[in-house]
Ligand binder design. Structure first.
Ligand code: PLP
Length: 404
């Protein structure tokens, strides 16, 4: 049984006030709050285990290394990867995507090769490919969407050419909430001999992401969006691809042997992990994944789906409020605008009522262009949000409307 009061009790920040009002935190797509076990794991590790990993013969180093590698195994199980060698720790989704662009680009892409993106990608899944375009002369092609915020799969099919090498697609849009049919899209990419990358930044916190079931070649997500700490993220890649890709950065940890004439690299996944890793972050991420799995991803998904339905109903009843995106399958993200009110004003005035939402372009300017707006307001829900909070949002918007 999903006991929301017990769940909320695990997140001390949720009981604080802002401007003398109870905090209503609805900016979870940007980052999630941290449950007690995650913060305590960080404190415990710094207070009683801390030592640099992998290179030390001493007790603490070995203990810290064990925690770090156990975290890798935890992530492997979470995403259903075949081997822990396929799990690379990064700083987050953005670094994971830059790694693939640089290293896969170096190994496999040549002038005139094509990469397919979608119109709803986050900037972090656009700009690394543009940088690669400047270096390598690759071409970028973009899957359009229909007015309800669904990717146009017929147009997608038509974008493939014999030069298509890679498709990159967000699993869940951080703006429209659309859940994209990535399994089907990966199948189509493979039929054309292309690789498929899933940006799971907005799906990993809300539903099971199993790399084998999705049939993807790469998958990325960020720890801080899945109730873990900032500064740690994951890149999954198929071993046979990672093996053929060159290192992304050079330094300690990633080498086997260094002379001034020649350097050989460590085996996977260390080849891609130059420098001291965030071993406290990796352990805390594993604790966050334990937390999520103990609640149950299905239970979380059911709670958030009911909450999103309720919020949509309340918001759609607000006069002049327009919700962007109405795809049949959606995550707990609602982007909207209210006629006559700039989203920044709306966000600022809601904030004074204790309600934290996000406003602006949401790092998806091409999508804003497609929707014909400069910016939007966005409420995004997490496993600890309540219907009362969705009601507070709708009532807050009504209140702001009356000021205009
Ligand atoms: N991709 C999507 C879909 C996102 O929503 C985000 C963050 O909002 C990112 C990538 C980038 O994540 P990070 O800033 O943690 O690297």
């Amino acid at each position: 049984m999903y006991d929301i009061d017990t769940v909320r009790g695990d997140f001390p920040i949720l009981s604080r006030e802002v401007y003398g009002r109870p905090l209503v935190y609805l900016d979870n797509a940007a980052t999630t709050q941290k449950p007690r076990p995650v913060v305590e794991a960080i404190e415990r590790e710094y207070y009683s285990v801390n030592a640099n990993v992998h290179r030390g013969v001493h007790y603490l180093s070995q203990q810290a290394t064990e925690l770090h590698e156990a975290a890798r195994e935890r992530v492997r199980a979470f995403i259903g990867a075949r081997s822990a060698a396929e799990v690379i720790f990064t700083r987050g989704t953005t670094e994971s995507l830059n790694l693939v662009a640089a290293s896969f680009g170096e190994a496999f892409l040549h002038e005139g090769d094509e990469i397919i993106l979608t119109v709803m990608e986050h900037h972090s899944d656009i700009v690394p490919w543009q940088l690669l375009r400047e270096r390598r002369g690759v071409r970028l092609r973009v899957v359009p969407m229909t007015d309800d915020g669904t990717l146009d799969l017929d147009a997608y099919e038509r974008l493939f050419t014999p030069r298509t090498r890679l498709v990159c697609c967000t699993h869940v849009s951080n703006v429209l909430g659309t859940v994209n049919p990535v399994r089907r899209m990966a199948g189509m990419a493979h039929a054309h001999g292309a690789r498929f990358l899933v940006d799971a930044a907005q799906s990993a916190p809300h539903q099971r992401v199993d790399v084998e079931r999705l049939g993807c070649d790469f998958l990325t997500f960020s720890g801080h969006k899945v109730y873990g700490p900032t500064g740690i993220g994951v890149l999954y890649g198929r071993e046979e691809l990672l093996d053929r890709m060159p290192p992304y950065q050079g330094g300690g940890e990633m080498i086997a042997r260094v002379t001034f004439e020649h350097t050989t690299y460590e085996r996977l996944p260390y080849k891609f992990e130059a420098g001291t890793p965030d071993y406290v972050g990796s352990h805390a991420l594993a604790v966050a994944l334990d937390y999520v799995e103990a609640l149950g991803l299905d239970a979380i998904a059911a709670h958030e789906a009911a909450l999103t339905r309720h919020a949509l109903e309340r918001l759609r009843a607000v006069p002049g409020l327009r919700v962007y995106g109405s795809a049949p399958e959606r995550g707990p993200v609602i982007a909207f605008n209210v006629e006559g009110i700039h989203p920044l004003d709306l966000g600022t005035l809601l904030d004074r009522l204790g309600i934290a939402i996000r406003t602006g372009h949401h790092c998806a300017q091409p999508l804003m262009g497609r929707c014909g707006v400069e910016g939007m307001a966005r409420a995004s829900f997490a496993l600890y949000n309540t219907e009362a909070e969705a009601d507070a949002l709708a009532e807050g918007i009504e209140r702001v409307r009356r000021m205009f």
